[in-house]
Ligand binder design. Structure first.
Ligand code: C5P
Length: 484
């Protein structure tokens, strides 16, 4: 009779045999004999005596479908009252075609039962580091690695302290220490615990280690009468954060490029309380900074006084006057690309009063003006450190294209974005812009007129043109979602 070499069997069959023999506390050979005997007698056991974590595989990831990639997540549920929200989280992840295998800490089982978790995830639930069924072939290592990501929700103060310090004395902490996958934490705890110096240290350490946090949110606590920061994010927020992390990296055409942008008006002081200004809102320059950052560039934004939030991921240098703006622009060089969208005041007051000017019978004090440095022209004419592509803006109220063309030549920049700012257009301070992109290459000037767009669309279009010209790469729509 032929003898059977277990080693030569398919990986899947070997895993099944190892798990089944461990469960029945028999050797693999004995188990094979039992299976054959049962088959012959027509009473074989079902082929899945319990569901095992799938064996680590080198096979390519199956083709994923839908707006969000199908993926698998190991969800570690920590011991906190917010654990009830994790039941909803399982459901929402599965709705998005994300497989979920759950691990419950001992404390978590005080709040949700393995049965409920298993029923929702349609998977076996893991609770014990020393479970002979899953650990005979190092199941915690497979739970740590045979997934695309690990989500911890709720992430308790204790679990985060263990992670920050590399403990591995239970299944959850062992998985978190053994993984090389992305980790997403949804912290949940009392506000005093969240603000405790030890938790602050642990959170900072985890972030340095590359762990991503979602929440916690602020609001009322489960403890009567307590409120503050510490509520676990809602399942829908955690799912969105998980989807962001799971998304394949989007090509970022301006990656590795440094872009310097000016935006907003400048304020030119008359005395300590008065200044000369203009109506620029800074919206266009800020939108360009955000689009360049989303396209992967390192962005330095030198902004005059505006009423806008700093764009995420952008280094913003706030200034008041034209001279300060020039100083910060020069200090920010070298750059690959410079886009001067600021509405810099052309003149400043020579005799700026050190004290507030007083009304007097002699009438209005004379304001002697002097020309401000032209930042665009100064940088365009640099011999060393001149950015490879210098772009100016021309806000005109008449002869738009002709004026812009001569400005391009006079100032020595490569491109000019010309826009009509006559009061009737509502461009100054408004949300829309109608622009013409005037480019110069090898002495040839070309004019490209764009339809009316929002300032964000103008920014995206301009960044797409910049990317194409500087790197030859196109701007994928997805690249415009914020870089995470
Ligand atoms: O000469 P005008 O102000 O119309 O030029 C507009 C362009 O020049 C814009 O790109 C603006 O940011 C830039 N500029 C500058 N420094 C100045 C005046 C304008 O950088 N002092």
């Amino acid at each position: 009779m032929a003898s059977l070499t277990i080693r030569k069997l398919d990986e899947g069959i070997k895993t099944y045999l190892r798990l089944r023999s461990a469960k029945n506390r028999r050797s693999v050979e004995e188990e094979v004999r039992v299976i054959l005997g049962e088959l012959i007698e027509g009473r074989e056991e079902p082929l899945t005596p319990f569901s095992a974590p799938p064996a680590a595989s080198t096979a390519p990831t199956p083709q994923r479908t839908g707006a969000v990639p199908e993926a698998s997540v190991t969800l570690i549920i920590g011991g906190g009252i917010a654990a009830y929200k994790s039941l909803d989280l399982i459901r929402r992840l599965k709705e998005r075609r994300i497989e979920v295998r759950c691990v419950l800490t001992t404390a978590a089982q005080q709040f949700v039962t393995p049965l409920a978790v298993s029923a929702l995830s349609h998977e076996r639930v893991y609770t014990d580091l020393f479970d002979p069924q899953s650990e005979f072939d190092a199941g915690h290592i497979r739970l740590a690695r045979d997934c695309d990501m690990i989500v911890v929700a709720p992430a308790t103060a204790d679990l985060m302290a263990k992670m920050a310090n590399g403990h591995a004395d239970d299944l959850a902490s062992a998985i978190l220490l053994a993984t090389n996958r992305k980790i997403l934490l949804a912290p949940a705890m009392n506000p005093l615990m969240w603000n405790n110096a030890a938790t602050r240290r642990n959170v900072a350490q985890l972030q340095r280690d590359g762990v991503v946090l979602v929440g916690p949110n602020s609001g009322e606590m489960a403890e009567a009468g307590e409120a503050g920061t510490g509520r676990m994010s809602e399942a829908i927020e955690i799912t969105a954060a998980a989807e962001r992390l799971l998304r394949p990296p989007v090509p970022r055409p301006l990656a590795g490029k440094r872009v310097l942008i000016t935006a907003g008006p400048t304020h030119e002081p008359i005395d300590p309380v008065r200044y000369i200004a203009n109506r620029s809102s800074g919206k266009q320059g800020f939108a360009i900074a955000a689009a360049a950052q989303a396209a992967g560039a390192e962005v330095i934004l030198v902004s005059g006084p505006v009423d806008l939030n700093d764009p995420a991921g952008v280094t913003v240098k706030h200034v008041e006057s034209a001279r300060q703006m020039l100083e910060q622009v020069q200090a920010s060089l070298p750059a690959d690309i410079a886009i001067f969208a600021a509405a810099v005041a052309d003149w400043r007051v020579v005799n700026e009063g050190e004290q507030k000017l007083k009304k007097s019978s002699a009438g209005m004090p004379p304001l002697q003006l002097v020309e401000n440095p032209d930042i665009l022209a100064t940088i365009s004419k640099l011999t060393d450190k001149r950015p490879g592509l210098v772009i100016g803006f021309a806000a005109e109220t008449e002869h738009l294209v002709d004026n812009a063309k001569s400005k391009l030549v006079r100032k020595g920049c490569d491109w000019i974005v010309a826009n009509d700012v006559s009061p009737a257009t509502g461009v100054m301070g408004g949300d829309r812009n109608t622009v013409h992109l005037i480019t110069r290459k090898d002495g040839e000037i070309a004019v490209d007129s764009w339809p009316v767009m929002t300032k964000e669309q103008v920014a995206i279009e301009l960044v797409a043109h910049v990317a194409k010209s500087v790197t030859g790469k196109s701007l994928d729509d997805k690249a415009l979602e914020p870089a995470s």
